[in-house]
Design a protein around this ligand. Structure first.
Ligand code: 5AD
Ligand code: FES
Length: 365
């Protein structure tokens, strides 16, 4: 165990090492793993945590992922799409609060009106958020699913510079069990490449604790992140949704699942020292301090929810999503406290780009 943690600093961890670390359960071992990841993060990405205020601007979705609460087939969800003004207002509020970056996330749609809507929002947010504190405007991340390369180029040209597209699992067979046949693993991987080609900082991630997933799969996920040379990682526990076809398959017990998800964050930090890793909201569905624990395992990004309160209840991807009854101001105050409890400080008015990206690509003029 100590040898493995020491080795992590000097050589790339192999699959067996990753499995051994992911499988740790003895409290002392787990504490040492988490500490090693936290300390490594301090050295590689610093002791700050960066905010990405997230606007879940629409739950309309053409996809039918078997695990997801807002899948097209779920007729019990009331569908919404925020107006252009509402989206821009949320983002400008984030800028005024010193968040530095925002994420626009939604269900997946491909029509021209949708693409144009996203483009227009990005353009206006960019323009109107420039100021003395943010000379280049808010950093904008998009998380709106699979699109053609030309669409990604349009989003990039409008001013978004980061994109999140989770692979969900790097095991193609498990991927096939989680999605209808129309959704192909290869297409998702190809999108990650076209996002890079379009000039985005690319983020991906997986769900942890999916029925049928093994620790070997999770080790392979980490090797996948490394192989794809990604800049950002967002991953969280799989949590069953009552109105999904996977309902009958259940989920891992909460405490075991949280421990596994935290191990996954810590081991990913050891394996990819300079990427940005998010302490995702789903961690907080398992324990009130789930996100703080994520930070204590080496995560350095957190995503305060900016979605207007009446829309939040219709963007439940999984059961028990936190913050449904809180507004953006409550989340702001609450999260600042959570980050400080975890021994980090919130960095204000900064994009907090992935250090990995700066290394893999020369900075733009
Ligand atoms: N449990 C956990 N995460 C989920 N997501 C969707 N449904 C669930 C669920 N039931 C995650 C997926 C998706 C992200 C936006 O939300 O990983 O990429
Ligand atoms: Fe929303 Fe704490 S982060 S209430």
């Amino acid at each position: 165990m100590d040898r493995l943690l020491a080795d992590a600093a000097t050589r790339p961890l192999c699959r067996e090492d990753l499995i051994a670390l992911l499988s740790l359960t003895a409290p002392q071992d787990v504490a040492r793993l988490r500490r090693a990841a936290f300390d490594l993060a301090t050295r590689t990405v610093g002791d700050g945590v960066y905010y990405r205020g997230i606007v879940e601007f629409s739950n309309e979705c053409a996809r039918n992922c078997h695990y997801c609460g807002i899948r097209a087939g779920n007729r019990e969800v009331e569908r919404y799409c925020l107006s252009h003004e509402e989206v821009v207002d949320c983002a400008l509020w984030a800028a005024a609060m010193g968040y530095g970056s925002c994420v626009l996330q939604s269900g997946e749609k491909w029509d021209d009106a949708f693409v144009g809507f996203v483009e227009d929002c990005v353009r206006e947010i960019k323009e109107r958020s420039r100021g003395p504190e943010l000379p280049d405007g808010l950093g904008i991340t998009l998380s709106v699913g699979e699109h053609a390369p030309a669409v990604y180029r349009r989003f990039r040209a409008a001013g978004a510079h980061r994109y999140l597209l989770r692979i969900e699992t790097s095991n193609p067979e498990l991927f096939a069990r989680l999605h209808p046949a129309a959704q192909r693993f290869e297409d998702r991987v190809a999108c990650l490449s076209s996002l890079r080609e379009a000039g985005f900082q690319v983020g991906t991630g997986v769900m942890i604790g999916i029925p049928g997933q093994t620790v070997g799969d999770l080790a392979d996920d980490i090797l996948f992140f490394r192989g794809q040379d990604v800049d950002m990682i967002g991953m969280g526990p799989y949590i069953v949704h009552d109105q999904s076809p996977m309902r009958g398959l259940g989920m891992m017990p909460h405490d075991e699942l949280l421990s596994l998800a935290l191990n996954m964050i810590a081991v990913t930090r050891l394996a990819l020292p300079d990427v940005n890793i998010a302490a995702t909201t789903a961690l907080q569905a398992l324990a009130p301090d789930g996100r703080e624990q994520g930070i204590a395992c080496g995560a350095n990004v957190i995503m305060p929810n900016l979605t207007p309160q009446d829309a939040r209840r219709n963007y439940q991807l999984y059961e028990g999503k936190p913050c449904l009854d809180e507004g953006r101001e409550a989340c702001r105050v609450c999260l600042q406290h959570r980050v400080e409890t975890a021994g980090r400080t919130v960095v204000r008015n900064a994009w907090g780009d992935s250090r990995h990206f700066a290394r893999r690509r020369p900075p733009l003029d």
